[in-house]
Design a protein around this ligand. Structure first.
Ligand SMILES: [Zn+2]
Ligand SMILES: [Zn+2]
Length: 556
């Protein structure tokens, strides 16, 4: 029966069961003949468990298979977890890509900063735009968030209307940009909404996220009463916060110096797109040293402790232009993202050791999340009154709390799904009906590698045990014609009795070759494998750990 009827389906390929690398698909049509739209194409940031990997992105194999049925990609906003994979993955996908002006401009600035990046043509659409992609009638709805131009999508189809919230909160007094469009959302409720596919990030938190305007007031106070220099660090893309700091600085006659390339880029784009209209010009870092301490505010990248970002370099005294001293004040206008605690701790401790005063959101209202807490989520449900709730954008706990809240406020059906689930929204009872291929890609240097390739597993092992490399030269009769070459990397110098591992390895090599029967000695593969096992065993016996062992045999 399913095969013969038209269906509206939802399939997340990233961002559900995790925070980051958002990629959602909506499909319309009969099974095997579905047409798709994709929403967002983001990255996640790799932790210490993936040595040498910076970024994680969704595997788009399924989208590539369905490329001829894919009408386009719509980006909700310019956060990396929503658009960070476009630069790497769009060249494979090559479908029309839609975004509002700030998102498109920030993307372009990012693209131009990467040498050799391909040209990616955006279709730039205005805020509130309504446009058709095949059978999908899409209307943007402005949402407050922590970056300009976060858009929810109202997706109308012959089988019902979906509200894809994107990232949002209900700040009625954002410092910049339109507030969440309550009128449009209430009208959607009147018109009838089939499903709300929504942000779960803060579903565990009661109450409401603070307004940007209140955060701005508190920042202004803290900057005004600071005796010496002030450095404020925040997420580079938080233009409202940049504006709040600029206004606070002007009110007490301090100059603003922007420190950090990512923030420079955002400031430039925000000026081009009008989000910093009326804000004074900022000064270059080269002027910082000439300004009296009570006449400057440094606006810095590095709120997550990133070692190469401005604040970490300042904290270590390694920044060429910008320094801080005892009595200066650093404000973390940010939240530490789980996983970054150690890196932030290192920066914080570096600053405290130098006698610098630290202010964080533990004690002061210096940050507000960009995501809705429970009271805001309840309010949105009351406006839109969807028949189905589908929690996304969160880890398992966030999704479960969002689901429980939806049930509590009386949403008739709640569907919990994970990346790779295919959810039928209509017709009939909504449910997970199938799976689509999903996975992860790792950005490894300039390359994209499959998450299940051996690269990272090998590298993780290398971090624990080191490498023993041996090269042997044999003549045609299987006799060693020179001493073996031995190179040990990441292996201790000597064993507990003081014998060097270099000696231990050489002895193992010579013993093994001498004791091999003549016939087997003429086979280089055989020799290599025997030596490899012997070397590994000899090291393991003295060290208690098995290294990675590489043996090359050259016939001369
Ligand atoms: Zn966001
Ligand atoms: Zn997000």
């Amino acid at each position: 029966m399913a095969a013969s009827s038209e269906e509206l389906v939802f399939a997340p390929l990233g961002g559900v069961g995790e925070i980051g690398m958002n990629l959602s698909l909506y499909g319309l049509g009969r099974e095997n003949a579905r047409k798709w739209i994709a929403v967002d194409l983001g990255v996640a940031f790799a932790g210490d468990d993936l040595p040498g990997i910076d970024l994680i992105m969704p595997d788009i194999g399924f989208l590539l298979e369905e490329r001829h049925n894919l009408h386009g990609l719509v980006l909700t906003h310019a956060h990396e977890d929503h658009f960070g994979a476009v630069l790497d993955l769009w060249p494979r996908l090559r479908v029309p890509i839609y975004a509002t002006p700030f998102t498109a401009a920030l993307f372009e600035a990012k693209r131009l900063s990467e040498p050799g990046a391909p040209d990616i043509p955006f279709k730039v659409i205005p805020l509130g735009a309504r446009f058709a992609l095949g059978g999908f009638d899409i209307e943007l709805v402005s949402m407050s968030h922590s970056i300009p131009e976060s858009n929810g999508l109202i997706i109308r189809t012959p089988l019902g209307t979906v509200l894809h919230t994107g990232d949002w909160k209900l700040d009625p007094t954002p410092v910049i940009g339109p507030a969440t469009d309550e009128a449009k959302l209430r009208a959607l409720g009147q018109e009838g909404c089939l499903a709300l596919v929504g942000d779960s990030t803060n579903a565990v938190r009661d109450g409401r996220s603070p307004s940007e305007t209140d955060v701005a007031k508190s920042l202004a106070e803290l900057i005004r009463e600071a005796p010496g220099r002030v450095a404020v660090t925040t997420f580079a893309s938080n233009v409202a916060r940049i504006r709040a700091v600029a206004d606070a600085a002007r009110a007490c006659e301090r100059e603003v110096v922007v420190v950090g390339r990512a923030m420079d880029r955002v400031v430039q784009v925000a000026r081009e797109t009008g989000y910093l209209d009326g804000v004074q010009e900022f000064r270059g870092t080269d002027t910082y040293g000439y300004l009296p301490p009570d006449k400057v505010v440094a606006l810095c990248t590095g709120s997550q402790g990133e070692p190469r970002a401005a604040l970490a370099r300042i904290a270590k005294g390694e920044h060429p232009d910008v320094t801080l001293a005892r009595g200066d004040r650093v404000i973390f206008s940010s939240r530490t993202i789980p996983g970054n605690e150690k890196a932030v701790g290192a920066v914080v401790n570096g600053l405290v050791t130098q006698g610098i005063e630290l202010i964080t959101d533990r004690t002061h209202l210096v940050h507000g999340s960009g995501h809705p807490r429970r009271a805001e989520m309840e309010e949105l449900f009351s406006w839109v009154r969807p028949r189905i709730a589908v929690p996304v954008h969160g880890e398992a706990l966030h999704l479960a709390e969002h689901a429980a809240l939806a049930r509590k406020v009386g949403v008739p059906a709640v569907v919990t799904c994970r990346n790779g689930d295919l959810v039928r929204l209509a017709p009939g009872t909504p449910d997970v009906i199938d799976e689509v291929p999903e996975g992860r890609l790792y950005k490894d240097g300039r390359l994209l590698v499959e998450a299940d390739s051996r690269t990272v597993a090998d590298r993780r092992r290398l971090g624990f045990v080191g490498v023993a490399a041996v090269a042997l030269a044999l003549d045609g009769r299987g006799t060693l014609v020179a001493d073996p070459e031995v190179e040990l990397i990441g292996i201790p110098e000597a064993d507990a009795d003081g014998e060097t591992f270099d000696e231990i390895v050489r002895d193992a090599v010579l013993d093994t070759v001498e004791n091999l029967p003549k016939a087997r000695r003429r086979d280089p593969d055989e020799v290599a494998e025997s030596v490899r096992r012997a070397v590994r065993g000899a090291i393991a016996q003295r060290w208690g750990k098995k290294p990675i062992c590489v043996v090359q045999v050259i016939l001369v």
